[in-house]
Design a protein around this ligand. Structure first.
Ligand code: SAM
Ligand code: SF4
Length: 471
């Protein structure tokens, strides 16, 4: 291989992202940062000099996927390729990753991403025999000591839980030119008994409202019309400069000229105030959608999960949302098969689905996670039983969604055009309520992605609507 090619390969990277929207957006910031450093993103592992995985450890399955990927491509290390593990598995497993996957050179948690350029320079620098590799890049760094030529340099950038840093960067490479994410709060202090997030993402820390608004204005100036504010608990936002509440920030983003839609996810029931519903009613650009994870309908299970609210308190928030002037769509997350969950507890979750009437439910089988208090609980539910409950729940919810979507037939809905399904000859749109609406358009019209059009709903399915564009 020629020197030029070698150099070219070293400066290319492949990045695969696992997990939630926060991770997707972190990856956009990592990509922006690397491109600024002169790296070029490529679409395949084979083309890349540097292979990065931005990982998720919320459930065991997500975590195992990363180790499978690393094993699949292990042999490529012989070609001089470097491997890095970023995100939640990196933070959770730390240096243990080097034991399980010895071809990995970089392990970096999300609060250390700003140090990536420095860390990458160290793992990519040619090694001279006997030279001492010293210094610390992350809060904790390995790789010190005498090194042999060709030896793999290993760096960890792990965050202590006390960090105040949010990963803000001017180099974000957003993947969509019309709608984009802004992280307004990172971390979590709630410590639900089943959840790794407080351990992987650290303590709760919010950006200033000035910094969020400045980013939103830059996006509006660049042509973005939809903004989604992100946080593990987005509504636990506390302006670090003390200027705006979460609801006031929502309204202020919605009032930026050029912004037509503002979404926010994920809201935590404990911090969900009436003022959020009032803001949605008052500011038309705030979308008609609240994602409010409940986890279970049983007070006994809510207590065991350490959610610190009751079903009744949750339903009070649902009542505020339903009392709004606008038709606000409600979606949720549910965990089935938490240790000790009885048939009665599960029946309460099913009755809650009926009572609320969600437009969508993300349902998960309980997955025991390291460090969490629920890991040591007795009364584990067998996996087949968890799977059965999940199936029962999904069938129940499918019926609810079918009925709810049918009720929208005949409504004229504004959608943002997302693209076209050529095989079906239909355009794909998304409503303010975050529903997919596939539609046909009159001959001669060609709705372009990022534009907004009106569509009349003419058919419905459990997970989507179908319609015709109204001109
Ligand atoms: N902060 C949000 C809240 O508490 O409402 C949720 C954020 S969490 C990243 C996303 C979802 O993952 C949770 O709502 C929960 O349903 C699910 N989850 C978290 N830990 C889990 C576990 N150990 N097993 C199964 N699902 C889990
Ligand atoms: Fe996890 Fe609970 Fe924090 Fe949500 S609130 S991220 S479920 S610990």
């Amino acid at each position: 291989m020629s020197g030029v090619l070698e150099n070219d390969t070293q400066k290319t990277f492949y990045l695969e992202t696992f997990g939630c929207q926060m991770n997707v957006h972190d990856s956009e910031k990592v990509i922006g940062t690397l491109v600024h450093e002169g790296y070029r993103r490529v679409e395949t592992v084979e083309e890349a000099g540097l292979i990065l995985y931005n990982t998720c450890s919320i459930r065991d399955k997500a975590e195992q996927k990363v180790f499978h990927r690393l094993a699949d491509y292990k042999k490529l290390q012989a070609q001089g390729k470097r491997f890095g593990v970023l995100g939640c598995v990196a933070q959770q497993e730390g240096e243990k990753i080097f034991e399980r996957a010895p071809h990995v050179s970089l392990v970096c948690g999300s609060a250390s991403y700003r140090k990536l350029p420095e860390m990458l320079a160290r793992i990519e620098a040619p090694v001279q025999a006997g030279k001492t590799e010293a210094g610390t890049t992350g809060s904790r760094t390995t790789g010190a000591g005498k090194r042999e030529a060709g030896e793999l340099v290993r760096i960890t950038g792990l965050d202590d839980r006390q960090t105040d840093e949010c990963f803000e960067t001017e180099f974000t490479a957003r993947s969509n030119p019309h709608r984009g994410y802004i992280t307004i709060i990172e971390g979590c202090d709630k410590f639900c008994s089943y959840c790794v997030v407080p351990f992987t993402r650290g303590k709760e820390r919010s950006r200033t409202s000035d910094s969020v608004l400045a980013e939103a204005k830059r996006m509006a100036d660049a042509g973005y019309t939809e903004i989604q504010l992100l946080g593990q608990n987005v509504n636990s936002y506390k302006d670090s400069a003390g200027k705006k509440s979460f609801a006031e920030l929502l309204a202020a983003v919605g009032e930026i000229p050029g912004i037509r839609r503002v979404r926010f996810t994920t809201s935590h029931p404990r911090d969900f105030g009436r003022d959020i519903v009032e803001a949605i009613d008052a500011v038309p650009t705030l979308c008609d959608h609240v994602h409010l994870p409940v986890q279970t309908g049983s007070n006994r299970m809510l207590d065991a999960m350490q959610r610190l609210y009751t079903r009744e308190q949750y339903m009070e928030r649902i009542a505020w949302i339903k009392a709004a002037k606008r038709q606000i769509s409600i979606t949720t997350d549910v965990i089935v098969g938490f240790p000790g969950e009885t048939e009665d507890d599960f029946a309460e979750t099913l009755s809650l689905l009926d009572e609320v009437g969600y437009d969508s439910v993300f349902s998960f089988k309980y997955s025991p996670r390291p460090n969490t208090p629920s890991l040591v609980l007795d009364d584990a539910i067998p996996d087949e039983e968890k799977a059965r409950r999940l199936e029962v729940m999904m069938a129940r919810q499918k019926g609810i969604q079918t009925t709810r979507n049918q009720k929208q037939l005949g409504e004229i809905l504004e959608v943002m055009v997302e693209g076209k399904n050529e095989t079906r000859g239909q355009w794909i749109g998304r409503t303010s309520q975050n529903k997919t609406l596939n539609f046909t358009a009159p001959a001669g019209t060609n709705p372009t992605p990022g534009t907004y059009v009106s569509v009349i709903a003419t058919a419905s399915f459990p997970n989507s609507l179908v319609g015709e564009m109204v001109v």
